[in-house]
Design a protein around this ligand. Structure first.
Ligand SMILES: [Mn+2]
Length: 292
């Protein structure tokens, strides 16, 4: 059975949150996983992080870690100091994962989130090369700590490095580590891929993590637009046994609204209770469709 999860940002307008409460909340809604971000956890004490990790374990909630690297941590930067800072940040996150008991690291983790090129670039191989070199360094530690490093394939507005499943396969071949895998996300796939099915089949056993959401980042199955049958059938065809984590973002305001670019109330005035109901329906849909 695939574990089903949700990104903690769904329930918050700012990234800082009470993770203990959040774990209780997702447990109540039928999830197996809470996806968290290293940024807010780095601000907490080591003791607090351990306590959260213990609590999650006792509740049988797995913590997975997702990042959007800041420009100051760009692993593909021309500036060697920035690349070093990015490696340091990633390794610090691995330490936190060890403290809290997590083994899945993913997101926009091979270069800066929302990074764009300067005018006129037609060859991105120098950026890719620098990114691969940084990630190779990181992979030595990931392998030693048994952490899976999943490269998220994101749309053109969020990164220029890897926008399709094909580019991601190329990228992880260059990194050449058994722990360097791929994360596909239906929201990004909807923009960049010719076919959901073909992208999933192409990645096959290299798929280590899967994000789901509608094309406007509503919870899965609240719009009737995304082809959930095609997507889940393809996942079963490649015997995908990893996590399926939803990343709905439907509320304006705060850091989350700003960083995710929610410029209208996509929730249509939904209360927290209504938002909870929506995602717990999404969990049921995914479990039903992933039955083998
Ligand atoms: Mn995603």
């Amino acid at each position: 059975m695939n574990k089903i999860g949700i990104h903690f940002g769904y329930f918050n307008t700012d990234w800082d949150t009470d993770f203990i409460k959040q774990i209780e909340q997702v447990k109540k809604l039928g999830f197996d996983i809470l996806e968290v971000a290293p940024g807010p956890l780095m601000k907490l004490s080591k003791e607090m992080r351990k306590e959260i990790g213990e609590f999650a374990k006792n509740q049988n909630i797995e913590l997975t870690f997702s990042v959007g690297l800041g420009k100051e941590y760009d692993l593909a930067s021309e500036d060697a100091d920035i690349r070093k800072a990015g490696i340091r940040f990633t390794l610090e996150t691995f330490d936190i994962m060890e403290e809290m008991g997590g083994s899945m690291y993913s997101g926009v983790d091979i270069g800066a989130w929302n990074q764009t090129y300067s005018y006129g670039v037609v060859d991105k191989s120098p950026e890719i090369k620098r990114s691969v070199e940084s990630v190779k360094e990181i992979m030595k530690v990931a392998e030693a700590k048994n952490i899976t490093f999943a490269v998220e394939v994101v749309n053109r507005y969020e990164s220029s490095l890897v926008n399709t499943a094909e580019e991601a396969m190329d990228y992880i071949t260059k990194v050449n580590s058994p722990n360097c895998k791929i994360l596909l996300d239906t929201y990004h796939m909807n923009i960049e891929e010719d076919s959901f099915e073909k992208a999933i089949l192409l990645v096959g056993r290299q798929l280590a993590h899967f994000h789901v959401g509608e094309s406007n980042r509503k919870p899965p199955n609240t719009m009737g637009k995304m082809p959930w049958d095609e997507i889940t059938t393809a996942l079963k065809e490649v015997n995908y046994d990893g996590a399926i984590v939803m990343e709905p973002f439907i509320k304006m305001g705060g850091e989350v609204g700003r960083d995710i670019k929610v410029w209208r109330d996509i929730s249509q005035n939904a209360t927290m209770a209504e938002m909870e109901k929506q995602v717990s329906n999404s969990v049921k849909m995914l479990r039903e469709k992933m039955k083998r």
